[in-house]
Design a protein around this ligand. Structure first.
Ligand SMILES: *[C@@H]1O[C@H](CO)[C@@H](O)[C@H](O)[C@H]1NC(C)=O
Ligand SMILES: *[C@@H]1O[C@H](CO)[C@@H](O)[C@H](O)[C@H]1NC(C)=O
Ligand SMILES: *[C@@H]1O[C@H](CO)[C@@H](O)[C@H](O)[C@H]1NC(C)=O
Ligand SMILES: *[C@@H]1O[C@H](CO)[C@@H](O)[C@H](O)[C@H]1NC(C)=O
Ligand SMILES: *[C@@H]1O[C@H](CO)[C@@H](O)[C@H](O)[C@H]1NC(C)=O
Ligand SMILES: *[C@@H]1O[C@H](CO)[C@@H](O)[C@H](O)[C@H]1NC(C)=O
Ligand SMILES: *[C@@H]1O[C@H](CO)[C@@H](O)[C@H](O)[C@H]1NC(C)=O
Length: 922
């Protein structure tokens, strides 16, 4: 109901106008417990892709048992019986070493897995059996591949591009690990989107008409399986001028974020599981400790999950597991109060993310117009009670947010792909782990470590930043790291992991300076250009030495003797090879737009081809040779930079290839299993189908006794075989048997078919002969002899048709007679194919003559206007109807969220209120 209204509303927004070659795109909202998939395909509004069981979400569980890989509910079933062979809650294991607190927590919750450290990276590996290990990337890649399969089934076409959701608190390493998993799955990730941003986007697109320039503030409170997030988002309309004119677009801006990485439904479920286990032990039904039995614990885990959900709605429920341990059943009544008693401390944590979100946004609750609940965890009455206390207002529970992240993400995917035109909705995310640049500088007091904030807390992104080093005259290095995390709770600081990200070494600084020395030269420093892209990834784009050169036109110095050309080429350092990277978009903020400063290029609008060398300087200067006013030109000298990754790296090339192979092998096994199942099914159904048919009159009539006996024998033979040894055969064998059966039955089947189809074909021929006869009659009146005014046809033509009609009629009569003389179970004399051929011949002939009528023109031109086919007369002025209409496929505008650039002066006092400035620039 609600969903369908939304879906139809959506049609308005996602005009879903497929542009040329548009391909479907998808989103994957991979949580720790569920996977949801959104798709947009040409002409279809965005929707949720269904899984194998036609459900809208799939448990994020993968099982690998005896090389048989299963997903979702199937995998969960395997997990209950063979806990070690089914993996779930994997997301939080990405990009972490085995000693990370979250990995330790995982190991504590699921003690039956053997987790070892990757020998190269120290990251998590599941020891599956003696020879096999799986990394979280590999397992998650297989989810994503499966998601792709579901999406392709839903869209009925191949899909390659996607947007993936990612928890907002994922750091650089975790984000890169997820991207690598997608890479292993063969997906092209258009963007990673923070889950809360996707939810906020989805909320916004259905309400964009209600936004105006005044901000509206909405808080999203998302308690999922393993974590909880509160996000404060503002909605307003903003004016952009990207296409050269002012447009107004709705925008969602993330202003504040608070989170708790371990607060969620899973922790409650684990506590319930432990409680049930303890109670079972207390019952002393067996001597064995239930805690030591993985299978029993897996059963209790599942039951605890069920219990938790039921107790959200009911005050009391009985937990029940048959044959839990040593064939002992377990049954225990649990009240909601009892459950709540187990997790009292968790409720105390419910309000914390809200406080943190408000604090980081520098806002208070009274500006917030709505608090929207997201995630299954928020269904618990006690959670709502505590949350309500924290936000001090009614909660909006009536909005279906279960699929909001998947839908928001697929909207983004449609926006980013070239194939769709969607109503623009800008999203602005915010940095929650500030990033700083650290380097050393020589001072009078010796070496001093300097730190500069690059991306401050809640800096909006995507954004570009430039940091300028003014004092360095030689090679140096700087590092980039997380900093200013003190605003986070202590355990969350630990969860962020290593704060060191990368070290960058610059080479050739002195040479670059030397090359550009002189009285007319002013060094503007070494500028390092960073971006925080839409996916929340930090990149160093390039590093340049920036020099301003004052150039006085040469008239005075050289007199009029020398030609301008050579002078200028020297002046501009034309002798050296200077590959200047043309990167117009990096041009710093608009304040630089000053009088005579040279600019290497204006943002995109300027469509001039990239110029060589120091870009276009010569043009301006040469054209004003008489002008003796000094000019300032800017030269950018690229500085060679090498990066050393200090945080956890991604899989290297070799590991990546090995992982790819490992997954391909499993894909192949799965494919073979499916192929075998299909082949078996095809064979079985064909045997049953024939066995039934052989008793139908149609078949008994068309087959000889011997023939039918032979088929019956083979069917029962195969049927017996299938119940016996054949039940274990491989796909090839099934396919071969099916082929043999086809060979044996082909003749009979085709005879049946012929007998069945012949009457209809004869009818068709009959009708056609009638029409032809009719046509012939009229045609005879259009010959020279009969109709001198309109002599369309020649005698020969008339005769040919008449003969054809006569012959066909004769042939038909004879053939029918002949066919009637043979028994139904004898080879066919008159086939449907023969009848079709005769019809085709007649058809050809008549069509030819009809065409001749159309083309026919009286010998004398009477009224050219009547001419419809436009062959003859040229006098009808410009009759150009046939000119192909020019296809006007709108060039899809790349919708880029406006980026803000900001220069951070590294060697000067840090500008105060940097953060406020950033916000102001928005
Ligand atoms: C913006 O919308 C809000 C709520 O819909 C309304 O109260 C306010 O008056 C509007 N402001 C303007 C400037 O239109
Ligand atoms: C940049 O220069 C253009 C053209 O001279 C001018 O119209 C514009 O106002 C300038 N912008 C700024 C920020 O100075
Ligand atoms: C630019 O440089 C390229 C390669 O160095 C050269 O082939 C090309 O002719 C140059 N173009 C101009 C306009 O100088
Ligand atoms: C310099 O000027 C010449 C002549 O106008 C032109 O062909 C060439 O492309 C220019 N080079 C640059 C780098 O602008
Ligand atoms: C044949 O054509 C003539 C002239 O158009 C017409 O008068 C006559 O009725 C036609 N005869 C038949 C049998 O159609
Ligand atoms: C076609 O058959 C008719 C009647 O049987 C006959 O009068 C006519 O001559 C035949 N035409 C040709 C071309 O064989
Ligand atoms: C085309 O026809 C018009 C009117 O019938 C006539 O005036 C004109 O001369 C003709 N032009 C040619 C090129 O025949």
């Amino acid at each position: 109901m609600k969903i369908s209204i939304l879906a139809s509303t959506f049609l308005l927004y996602l005009a879903s106008l497929p542009l040329a070659n548009s391909l479907a795109v998808m989103s994957v909202d991979l949580g720790s417990e569920w996977m949801k998939i959104g798709i947009v395909s040409p002409g279809v509004p965005m929707e949720i892709a269904l899984n194998k069981e036609s459900k809208r979400k799939t448990p994020a569980v993968i099982s690998l048992r005896d090389n048989n890989r299963l997903f979702g509910e199937d995998a969960q079933s395997v997990g209950v019986r063979f806990p070690k062979q089914a993996y779930g809650y994997l997301l939080d294991l990405l990009g972490k070493k085995v000693d990370h607190p979250l990995v330790k927590l995982y190991q504590k919750r699921f003690p039956y897995y053997e987790i070892v450290a990757d020998p190269d990276r120290g990251t998590v590996l599941f020891k599956h059996d003696e020879e096999t290990f799986y990394s979280p990337e590999e397992l998650i890649a297989q989810f994503l591949k499966k998601a792709k399969e579901f999406a392709e089934n839903g869209a009925h076409q191949p899909i390659k591009e996607c947007v993936l959701t990612v928890p907002g608190f994922f750091n650089q390493v975790e984000r890169r690990a997820l991207l690598q998993a997608a890479d292993l799955a063969g997906l092209k990730v258009l963007q990673l989107i923070n889950d809360y941003t996707a939810v906020a986007l989805n909320y916004g697109i259905f309400r964009s008409k209600t936004f105006n320039e005044t901000s509206q503030y909405v808080m999203f409170y998302d308690m999922g399986a393993s974590s909880t997030t509160a996000t404060l988002v503002s909605y307003q309309t903003v004016k952009t001028k990207e296409r050269g004119y002012v447009e107004t677009h709705p925008q969602a801006t993330v202003l504040g974020v608070g989170y708790d990485r371990t607060l969620g439904g899973l922790e409650i479920q684990v506590r319930l599981q432990e409680y049930l286990a303890k109670k079972f032990n207390d019952m002393k039904k067996t001597k064995n400790d239930v805690f030591k039995n993985p299978r029993a614990m897996a059963k209790l885990f599942k039951e605890a999950g069920r219990l938790k959900n039921v107790l959200s709605a009911n005050a009391e429920h009985a937990a029940q597991v048959e044959g839990l341990l040593d064939e002992q059943d377990f049954k225990l009544a649990v009240t909601r109060e009892e459950m709540e008693g187990l997790v009292k401390d968790l409720f105390e944590r419910v309000g914390k993310p809200v406080e943190q979100a408000l604090k980081t946004a520098h806002l208070t609750m009274d500006v917030v117009s709505q608090v929207i609940l997201v995630g299954a965890g928020t269904r618990m009455p006690k959670v709502q009670e505590y949350l309500q206390k924290a936000v001090d207002r009614e909660l909006s529970k009536n909005i279906n947010t279960d699929e909001a992240a998947a839908l928001g993400a697929v909207y983004k995917a449609a926006d980013l792909s070239t194939g769709f035109k969607v109503a623009k909705f800008i999203t602005k995310d915010a940095v929650i782990f500030p990033i700083q640049v650290t380097f050393e500088r020589n001072t009078e007091d010796g070496l001093k470590v300097v730190k500069r904030t690059l991306f401050g807390l809640m800096n909006p992104y995507p954004q570009k930043k430039i940091i300028t080093f003014n004092k360095h005259v030689d090679d140096f290095s700087f590092s980039v790291n997380y900093a200013e995390l003190e605003y986070l709770p202590a355990d969350e600081i630990v969860n962020v992991g290593s704060t060191n990200l990368s070290e960058y070494r610059l080479k050739g600084v002195a040479e670059a300076l030397k090359k550009n020395s002189g009285d007319n030269v002013e060094t503007k420093g070494i500028k390092a250009h960073f971006t925080m892209d839409d996916s929340g990834l930090l990149n160093l784009v390039n590093v340049d030495l920036v020099i301003e050169k004052t150039v006085v036109p040469s008239v005075e110095e050289e007199g009029t003797l020398s030609k301008l050309g050579s002078t200028f080429s020297k002046l501009f350092g034309g002798e050296e090879e200077k590959p200047v990277h043309e990167k117009p978009e990096e041009e710093p903020a608009p304040e630089d737009n000053q009088t005579d400063k040279e600019r290497t290029g204006k943002p995109a609008a300027d469509k001039k081809p990239p110029l060589n060398e120091t870009g276009g300087k010569n043009a301006t200067d040469k054209e004003t040779p008489k002008d003796t006013k000094p000019k300032v030109v800017t030269i950018k000298e690229p500085i060679q930079t090498s990066e050393t990754v200090l945080s956890l790296g991604v899989l290297n090339q070799k590991q990546f290839e090995e992982s790819t192979k490992k997954i391909e092998k499993l894909d192949k096994i799965e494919y073979e299993i499916n192929r075998r199942a299909t082949a078996l099914n095809n064979l079985e159904s064909f045997v049953i189908d024939i066995q039934n048919k052989l008793y139908e009159e149609e078949y008994t009539r068309a087959g000889t006794e011997a023939e039918i006996d032979k088929i019956k024998a083979m069917c029962s033979e195969i049927s017996d075989w299938l119940y016996d040894e054949g039940s274990q055969a491989d796909a090839d064998t099934y396919e071969k048997k099916l082929d043999e059966l086809h060979d044996l039955t082909n003749e009979l089947f085709s005879r049946v078919w012929e007998h069945k189809e012949r009457p209809e074909a004869l009818n068709a021929l009959h009708t056609m002969l009638n029409h032809s006869q009719h046509f012939l009659k009229s045609a005879k009146n259009l010959t020279k002899a009969t109709n001198p005014e309109k002599d369309v046809f020649t005698e020969v033509e008339i005769n040919t048709l008449e003969k054809l009609i006569n012959d066909t009629t004769d042939w038909r009569d004879n053939s029918v007679k002949e066919q009637n003389q043979v028994k139904p179970n004898e080879p066919i004399k008159l086939t449907v194919k023969m009848l079709m051929d005769k019809m085709a011949a007649l058809d050809r002939e008549v069509k030819y003559l009809i065409n001749k009528i159309k083309m026919w023109r009286p010998k004398k031109v009477e009224k050219p206007a009547e001419d419809k086919s436009g062959s003859g007369d040229k006098n009808t002025t410009e009759n150009e109807e046939n000119v192909a209409e020019e296809e006007t496929v709108a060039e899809e505008e790349t919708i880029e969220a406006p980026t803000v650039e900001e220069a951070v002066e590294a060697d000067q006092a840090p500008t105060e209120k940097q953060q406020e400035d950033d916000h102001n620039e928005l």
